[in-house]
Design a protein around this ligand. Structure first.
Ligand SMILES: [Zn+2]
Length: 337
């Protein structure tokens, strides 16, 4: 996504409007612009050391109050509260928070003496509840890239919320950058990466993020090599409709190769079949809750039969519902002296 995004003219314009030096990569320039703001907030509040704390601090500094909507009644009540305050945006609450929209930020016309200038409605109804933590960072992402001109005319972010608009994608990149902010994760990244270390980092840093988002976010910024695999029973996407069922197998539905692993040359692609000899397969087939084993990356083969590289791995697999998550950690090869 980022690769295409940096070529997008809207993103170029945004970088220019933010007064950033024009570079060939406006996405990085915008990310740096956001990093500078977050670092400034943290310099002021040096005691802030958790991701939850950072979220609250950034919301405060960027001037928004999160209001969570857990049921339709919450929305009705909030609408009444803001209508009573004479806020014209209250009339838009219902219509703006459509099915596709997870959150929306409004500028208040008549903030009270102690009110922040914005209000961010966070939809927590139904399945949206799993994305609440990310949605909050998404809304802050919009505020992190407000240009001076927009700050004056800003009424709501929904106008920017067209699905898959370049700006929405940019805001998602920003949200991903700070939801699991690397400098805060690093103190927890001591020793080997296991599901236990992930659990304790998540509990200490941001228990409100969903398990899946924590897993992805933490593995992504972990300083040591790791490949995260989300395995599910699925058919081959390219197969003809009649052959889909026959192609069903336990497959790597999602694969995340973190930076350290990528730099060391590790590769694994999505949709690969999970080797039947792997502990990932055993946890799935035997309905285990988790398992660990030493394996080799060359057990994995692509559909054309190409074997992956010879690399010893420590594989830990864990079942969450119908999904098996696995951490593939390279074991350094023993050198002979
Ligand atoms: Zn948005």
């Amino acid at each position: 996504m980022t690769t295409k995004l940096y070529k997008n003219p809207t993103i170029h314009t945004l970088a220019t409007d933010l007064g950033l030096k024009i570079t060939t990569d406006p996405v990085s320039a915008i990310k740096d612009h956001c990093h500078r703001q977050i670092k400034r907030f943290l310099r002021e509040f040096a005691h802030c050391s958790t991701l939850s704390g950072l979220l609250d601090l950034a919301a405060q500094k960027l001037g928004t109050t999160f209001r969570e909507i857990h049921c339709d009644d919450d929305l009705t009540q909030l609408t009444r509260e803001y209508a009573d305050r004479g806020e014209p945006c209250a009339a838009l609450f219902h219509s703006e928070l459509t099915e596709d929209v997870f959150g929306v930020t409004f500028k208040l016309c008549r903030p009270g003496k102690f009110d922040l200038p914005y209000i961010s409605l966070i939809d927590c109804r139904g399945n949206k509840v799993h994305k609440v933590y990310f949605t909050k960072w998404h809304e802050l992402g919009h505020l992190l890239i407000l240009t001076d001109q927009r700050r004056l005319s800003f009424k709501r972010t929904h106008a920017l919320h067209e699905l898959k608009s370049p700006e929405e994608s940019m805001v998602d990149v920003i949200a991903g950058e700070f939801a699991y902010y690397a400098p805060m994760v690093l103190p927890y990244a001591k020793g080997g990466l296991t599901f236990t270390t992930i659990d304790s980092a998540r509990a200490a840093l941001c228990p409100e993020g969903s398990y899946q988002s924590a897993l992805i976010g933490l593995v992504k910024v972990w300083p040591t090599s790791c490949v995260l695999v989300e395995a599910r029973w699925a058919g081959k996407q390219s197969s003809h409709p009649g052959q889909y069922a026959a192609s069903c197998a336990l497959r790597a539905a999602h694969v995340l190769v973190n930076d350290a692993a990528r730099e060391s040359g590790l590769r694994l692609h999505r949709n690969f079949r999970v080797p039947e000899s792997s502990v990932i397969h055993r946890v799935f087939a035997e309905s285990l809750s988790e398992g660990t084993a030493n394996e080799n990356l060359d057990w994995w083969t692509s559909s054309d039969g190409t074997r992956l590289q010879d690399q010893e791995l420590r594989v830990s697999a864990k079942r969450i519902g119908n999904t098996i998550y696995a951490l593939l950690i390279p074991i350094p090869s023993r050198t002979t002296h």
